[in-house]
Design a binder for this molecule. Structure first.
Ligand code: NAP
Length: 311
């Protein structure tokens, strides 16, 4: 009875309003509208771009006149997003390519087709293993969407091969996000000195990871109805919209402030932040990288052996 009375207490209304205003005020750390960068002549790829943060980031890149490629696993949902972005931005140079990042065959097909058709890549949001095109297009940027939840992840190499499993779905998610940051730091180390030789050290391929914050997207679509309902209710009041959630991705992909910065982690307010100590451990990063290379059949330089056939 007392609990019921607490739930209906009139103080909830002003408290909720005050908290909503505070959260709303915190949302505008960096505004894409204030960034004048134009991407005419540049090619950008966004993986998982048919909804949520990916779609908003793709829209922002298209709005800046980039040739924008949406790499999606569903032809139907991808085509709908392409149409929506073309209509919203007036940029006809927005295209769909099929990519399912959970299938190595699909990743290889995508990378091969991309290299045949495009050859140049200036911005990659996430990663489809096409760094050769990026080196030829330098200065170029790779942006890995991680999460603040990397802090509770586990960097267990055995997870990669399936010899061991994370304790639950939540731990699995956190561990992938931790590996995103470790991968970012290690890739930055390996990309040092890449790109065209110019007087500016910054004009190579850079790679950074970021947290978008907690964003009201379709991320919970595979959870039970009551979890989704709760997420939507909380989301409407307190969470960032997908557009606001894409700001830190856009910041890493286009902002002048990030030019030349590599191997770093940005928080959801677009501030340079320190990731967890585990995420900064170079030995773990190297170990995960080498294990990944073996699993996907790449050699030391990240090349596919000539004998391997693309499925
Ligand atoms: N929302 C948050 O609060 C939050 C917080 C921290 C980090 N993040 C990260 O932000 C990123 C985007 O998530 P979101 O919140 O925008 O979720 P979302 O609305 O569910 O969007 C995820 C997108 O990724 C695509 N995708 C999923 N698996 C794929 C695969 N195997 N191959 C190709 N595309 C695939 C989905 O395509 P389908 O439509 O085909 O499923 C969808 O377009 C994720 O990396 C997520 O971990 C989100």
């Amino acid at each position: 009875m007392e609990l019921l009375a607490l739930c209906w207490h009139p103080l909830w209304v002003p408290c909720t309003l005050v908290l909503s205003v505070v959260l709303w005020a915190r949302r505008a750390a960096w505004r894409p509208a204030a960034c004048p960068v134009d991407l005419r002549g540049k090619t950008a790829v966004v993986t998982g771009a048919n909804s949520g943060i990916g779609k908003c980031a793709a829209l922002e890149l298209a709005r800046r006149n980039a040739r924008t490629i949406l790499a999606c696993r569903s032809r139907e949902r991808g085509a709908a997003a392409v149409e929506e972005i073309r209509r919203a931005t007036g940029n006809p140079d927005v295209h769909l390519r099929i990519l399912d990042t959970s299938s190595m065959a699909s990743v290889r097909n995508f990378a091969r087709q991309f290299l045949e058709e495009e050859g140049r890549l200036h911005i990659l949001v996430n990663n489809a293993g096409t760094t050769d095109a990026m080196k030829a297009s330098a200065p170029s940027r790779i942006v890995n969407v991680s999460s603040f939840r990397h802090q509770t992840g586990e960097a267990n190499v055995q997870f990669l091969s399936g010899k061991e499993y994370p304790k639950n779905v939540s731990k699995a998610y956190d561990s992938t996000k931790l590996m995103n940051v470790l991968f970012t730091v290690e890739l930055a180390r390996r990309l040092q000195g890449t790109g065209q030789r110019t007087a500016l050290p910054s004009r190579g391929v850079t790679v950074n990871a970021l947290s978008p914050g907690i964003v009201h997207t379709e991320i919970m679509k595979n959870y039970s109805w009551w979890v989704r309902l709760l997420f939507h209710l909380v989301g409407i009041l307190f969470l960032k919209s997908p557009t606001q959630g894409s700001f830190s991705t856009t910041y890493c992909a286009v902002s002048e402030e990030v030019e030349g910065i590599s191997g770093k982690y940005f928080d959801s307010d677009c501030r340079l932040a320190l990731p967890s100590p585990l995420a900064r451990d170079p030995a773990i990063g190297r170990k995960l990288w080498e294990a990944s290379e073996k699993l996907v059949g790449l050699d030391d330089g990240g090349r596919e052996p000539a004998s391997r056939k693309v499925a």
